[in-house]
Design a binder for this molecule. Structure first.
Ligand code: CAA
Length: 379
């Protein structure tokens, strides 16, 4: 595998880096303190073509490759993991299902709006009693004339309340288990769709996470995504790409923490020399850097396979598992390198530490990633 990036991919990196430094860095502290959704950043990202990076130009996207998209999440997340997850969910889980499973009419209607950032997307799979066990969702969809009527509730929906479109999974045939699940494109102003409680989270402040309640929500039958019964496959297939996005987000968090720890280790003196010159801290930094490098290789390898159109469930789970564990380890060690200062809000390492935790939990907990990897190994 060639790990050299192309000129186009490097251009994407430079452009996103510059954008993140100029536009996002100045509001990161505010976002973390106030939990305010960064609407103005999303609008600017739309103008720059970042809300539709891997979407073909024909559909109003940037027409870049999947690796460029992963580079963008990686670079954005070095500055703000919040922006990283908003983009990842919007693209991999919100736009891609329509691109790959939508009808021509659905694509024409939704993709240009999503790719330009005019619309923001979300993915509504998880329910109060169905997180890891996604196949046991209970939200019901009953066909009535030209509509499906949806009843039930969803939780932990990233971009909830801010999104214009929710890729929603509901049971059309309870007799058929996972094969009775169907996907729908649900617009935010659908009668009967209520945005529920907004979660107060440990980290990723500014990214909105809400409940969704469906009370006799009437979704036009023309908004069914794929055939009845295809919903679970649509969810699983899109999570492959989504998990690579979360790996890139984790990588961004880990790299940011490593950079801060390196800088501090060169500056901070104890026992008459910089702490980075003390083996206890030098070895810590060496381990952190090695793990970040390994996470990077796994992430871009999975991205490469995905770009080539290969099934990459195993590789994307490995990348997500390792990169998110690395983000947690490296941010924990970065706080340690900063000592008492690392535990205060004076330095950003405590925010990175809080942001890292959820990467081990969402888009399939790391226990679920191990289950997926083991299933592939033993198949
Ligand atoms: N591509 C296409 N089809 C796939 C697939 C893939 N990657 N993975 C599975 N499928 C298909 C299988 O082929 C199978 O179809 P058949 O029965 O016709 O063969 C069907 O889906 C069921 O597959 P499995 O039996 O392998 O799957 P499972 O039911 O055993 O999976 C599980 C169990 C791995 C635990 C799965 O339920 C899972 O991934 N759970 C975690 C849920 C999750 O990740 N939620 C994330 C929510 S979104 C989120 O977090 C976003 C955010 O906020 C950031």
């Amino acid at each position: 595998m060639n790990l050299r990036f192309t000129e186009e991919q490097e251009m994407m990196r430079r452009m996103v880096r510059e954008f993140a430094q100029e536009e996002i860095a100045p509001i990161v502290e505010h976002m973390d303190r106030t939990d305010e959704f960064p609407r103005q950043i999303i609008t600017k990202m739309g103008e720059l073509g970042l809300m539709g990076i891997p979407i073909p130009e024909k559909w109003g996207g940037s027409g870049a490759d999947f690796i460029s998209y992963i580079i963008a999440i990686h670079e954005l997340s070095k500055v703000s993991a919040t922006i990283g997850v908003i983009l990842s969910v919007h693209t991999s889980l919100g736009t891609n299902p329509i691109l790959h499973f939508g009808t021509e009419e659905q694509k024409q209607h939704y993709i240009p709006k999503l790719a330009s950032g005019q619309y923001l997307a979300a993915f509504a799979l998880t329910e109060p009693h169905a997180g890891s066990d996604a196949g046991s969702i209970r939200t019901r969809a009953v066909k009535e004339g030209g509509y499906y009527v949806l009843d039930g509730s969803k939780v932990f929906i990233t971009n909830g309340g801010e999104a214009d479109v929710y890729i929603t999974f509901a049971v059309t045939d309870p007799e058929k288990g996972k094969k009775g699940i169907t996907a729908f494109i649900v617009e935010k102003d659908t009668p009967g769709l209520v945005i529920g409680k907004k979660e107060k989270k440990m980290g990723l402040k500014g990214s909105s996470t809400t409940e969704l309640i469906f009370e006799q929500a009437r979704v036009p039958a023309s908004n069914r995504l794929g055939e009845e019964g295809m919903g679970y496959t649509i969810a699983m297939a899109n999570l492959d790409g989504g998990r690579i996005g979360i790996a890139a987000q984790s990588l961004g968090i880990a790299e940011a923490a490593l950079e801060l720890a390196k800088g501090y280790a060169k500056e901070r003196k104890q026992f008459g020399k910089p702490i980075g010159q003390q083996q206890a801290i030098a070895f810590k930094l060496a381990d952190m850097a090695t793990e970040v490098e390994a996470a990077k290789l796994l992430t871009y390898r999975a991205a490469q396979l995905h770009q080539e159109g290969q099934r990459c469930g195993r590789e994307s789970s490995m990348a997500k598992l390792f990169a998110s564990d690395t983000a947690m380890k490296v941010t924990t060690e970065a706080v340690q390198v900063f000592g008492g200062y690392g535990y205060t809000k004076e330095y950003p390492v405590e925010r990175l530490f809080r942001d890292a935790k959820v990467t081990q939990i969402y888009e399939g907990t790391n226990q679920i990633q191990r289950l997926v990897i083991a299933k592939h190994l033993l198949a």
